[in-house]
Design a protein around this ligand. Structure first.
Ligand code: MRU
Length: 336
């Protein structure tokens, strides 16, 4: 199967696929400027919880390049704050920034830049490994060849490896356990119809895209065997923040008696967050609703509510697949 890499680091630069252009254009952007990386995260050129963590880690390493030791502390914290301010919900971003900060706090000025870059590289390598382990563990949820529905994009584009929920689907497909994939288009930014569809097409997995509101009808017609999605932040009790519309799906699954799974690395678990009500939900610019891309579809002056994520309560989640194991309720991630 084809390998997709959303972010890569080579020759002292971060390379990333501009995901706002997919699937109509495959544009690669390269930069050694942390401000450009922060902008890429805000604009969703780089997106998905693990991918933004890896990009931000490299951003901090690049911020210190060629900075005299007397200036390092000032620049480091400026870059740290800038990158931390990009998107509030995915905990992976803060996990990666804090891991880099530990290196900053522990190392002397002489080799600081190299040490930070090394740590960014291990965060990157670990993410690739976690994606593979999640896919292997994910095989355990399949009892037959299944028709799967997914929401948003939790694939290779959302990580620095092969993805989480889509990687489970991909591995299961390779093992003859996936018959067909339904990809919710995922309004307003269409990560499903643009990004998940692009990945599934590249992998040769049979799929179709549907409006988010079609999911109930598909379930009513017995066309869905299971739903699997990613996560931006999993609280200690298992409540899970993911792309807006995920909670709708979990409620629908409960009504139709369909299993609902989360697949995510343990870097998406926030052990210090007791429950979903403590998760900060990003609100996006209301023009993401009044326009589709550059096309105006309604008046910008109309009031609009545009949360990027919602929280699915733990009692609606059949199991949470991480690189460690498939967790079943009752969830307690306070030590994971
Ligand atoms: O706003 P996005 O596109 O960054 O939202 C992404 C999601 O909601 C994904 O499902 C989540 O980050 C998991 S990625 C493996």
């Amino acid at each position: 199967m084809k390998t997709i890499r959303a972010v890569e680091f080579k020759d002292g630069k971060l390379f990333f696929i501009n995901q706002t252009k997919l699937p109509l254009a495959e544009e690669i952007i390269s930069t050694d400027d942390y401000e450009r990386i922060a902008l890429a995260i805000e604009r969703l050129e780089v997106r998905g919880a693990p991918a933004i963590g890896v990009a931000a880690a490299y951003g901090l390493a690049l911020a210190l390049k060629n900075i005299p030791s007397s200036e390092q502390s000032k620049i480091f914290f400026k870059a740290f704050e800038r990158l931390a301010s990009t998107r509030p919900t995915a905990v992976n971003l803060f996990f990666a920034l804090n891991e880099i900060k530990k290196v900053f706090d522990q190392n002397s000025a002489s080799n600081l830049c190299e040490q930070i870059l090394e740590r960014a590289k291990t965060i990157h390598e670990d993410d690739i490994k976690l994606c593979n382990l999640i896919a292997s563990n994910g095989l355990k949820i399949f009892s037959k060849k299944s028709r799967v529905l997914t929401h948003c994009n939790a694939g290779a584009l959302a990580t620095s490896g092969d993805g989480t929920a889509v990687n489970v689907i991909r591995k299961a497909f390779e093992n003859g356990l996936v018959e067909f994939v339904f990809a919710d288009e995922t309004r307003p930014l269409l990560q499903g119809s643009r990004l998940t569809a692009w990945e599934l097409d590249k992998y040769g997995i049979p799929f179709s895209i549907n409006t988010d509101s079609t999911a109930a009808f598909l379930m009513q017609q017995n066309k869905i065997d299971l739903v699997i999605v990613g996560a931006d932040r999993i609280s200690a009790n298992g409540d899970t923040a993911n792309k807006i519309g995920t909670y709708n799906l979990a409620v629908l699954c409960k009504h139709h008696n369909i299993p609902f799974y989360i697949a995510a690395p343990s870097t998406s678990v926030d052990r210090l967050c007791p429950s979903g009500s403590h998760i900060k939900i990003e609100e996006r610019d209301h023009r993401e609703l009044t326009r589709i891309g550059d096309k105006q579809i309604t008046r910008d002056e109309y009031p609009a509510y545009c949360p990027a994520f919602d929280v699915t309560p733990n009692n609606l989640i059949t199991a949470i697949i991480t690189e460690k194991q498939v967790y079943k309720p009752p969830y307690n991630f306070s030590h994971v």
